[in-house]
Design a protein around this ligand. Structure first.
Ligand SMILES: CC(C)(COP(=O)(O)OP(=O)(O)OC[C@H]1O[C@@H](n2cnc3c(N)ncnc32)[C@H](O)[C@@H]1OP(=O)(O)O)[C@@H](O)C(=O)NCCC(=O)NCCS
Length: 167
C-alpha cells in the first residue's frame, strides 16, 4: 500500500446516484479478481446479479451500504444485512490491495457492534477466504449454492465482536 493511496481513501454512505458505478465495480471485481477460484461460467452467473441495475440498487438500499472512495470517486463498497451479516464486499481490481477492503470491513464491524451485534457473519467467496481469516473470522461451514444456474462454493464464517471488539 502506498502512503498516498492510504491518505486519499475515504468512506461515505451510499448515494442513489452511485448504483451504476457500483454495479461496474461489482462486475470488474468478479471478472478480474476471482478467476483463480471460479470458472468463467460461475463468474458470469455471479456478475449477472448487477445486470438489472434497479434490482441491484434495491439490494444496496435495503442494506446498510458504505462506499469507499479514492480522490472522491467510488472504488469499492460493502453491505451489512440484518445488522450483523457482511453481505457484499467488492473492491475495484485497479485498487485492490491498497486497504479499501480493510477500511470497509472495519467500518461494518464497528457499525454492527454499535447496533448491538456480538458477532458478525459472512458467506466468504473462496477469493476472500484468506482476507477474512486474517481478520480473525472463523470458518463454520462450507456451502454450495445455486447462483444464476451455476453451483458456487463459499464458506460461512463468523467473528466475535465481544472483548476488545473489531480492530
Ligand atoms: C476481498 C477483497 C474485498 C479485498 O479487498 P482489498 O481492498 O484488496 O483488501 P485490502 O487491501 O484491505 O487487503 C488487506 C489484506 O488482505 C490481503 N488480501 C486482500 N485480498 C486477498 C486475497 N484475495 N487473498 C489473500 N489475501 C488478500 C492483502 O494482501 C492485505 O494484506 P496486508 O495487510 O498484509 O497488506 C477484494 O480482493 C475483492 O473485491 N475480491 C473479489 C470479490 C470478492 O470475492 N468479494 C468478497 C465476497 S464475500
Amino acid at each position: 500500500m502506498t502512503a498516498q493511496a492510504a491518505l486519499d481513501l475515504a468512506l461515505r454512505p451510499l448515494l442513489p446516484t452511485d448504483v451504476p458505478l457500483l454495479a461496474q465495480i461489482y462486475r470488474a471485481s468478479i471478472e478480474e479478481l476471482t478467476a483463480d477460484d471460479y470458472s468463467q461460467e460461475q463468474q458470469e452467473a455471479w456478475a449477472s446479479a448487477a445486470d438489472d441495475e434497479d434490482a441491484f440498487g434495491k439490494r444496496l438500499a435495503d442494506r446498510l451500504t458504505i462506499v469507499a472512495t479514492l480522490d472522491g470517486t467510488p472504488i469499492g463498497f460493502a453491505t451489512l444485512a440484518d445488522g450483523r451479516e457482511i453481505d457484499m464486499l467488492f473492491v475495484h481490481p485497479e485498487v485492490a490491495g491498497r486497504g479499501a477492503g480493510t477500511m470497509l470491513c472495519d467500518a461494518l464491524e464497528k457499525l454492527a457492534k454499535a447496533r448491538g451485534a456480538t458477532r458478525v457473519t459472512t458467506d466468504a467467496s473462496d477469493t476472500a477466504l484468506s482476507f477474512f481469516e486474517r481478520r480473525n473470522y472463523v470458518a463454520q461451514q462450507r456451502n454450495a449454492v445455486l447462483f444464476g444456474g451455476q453451483w458456487m462454493a463459499h464458506t460461512t464464517m463468523h467473528k466475535q465482536l465481544t472483548g476488545e471488539g473489531p480492530k
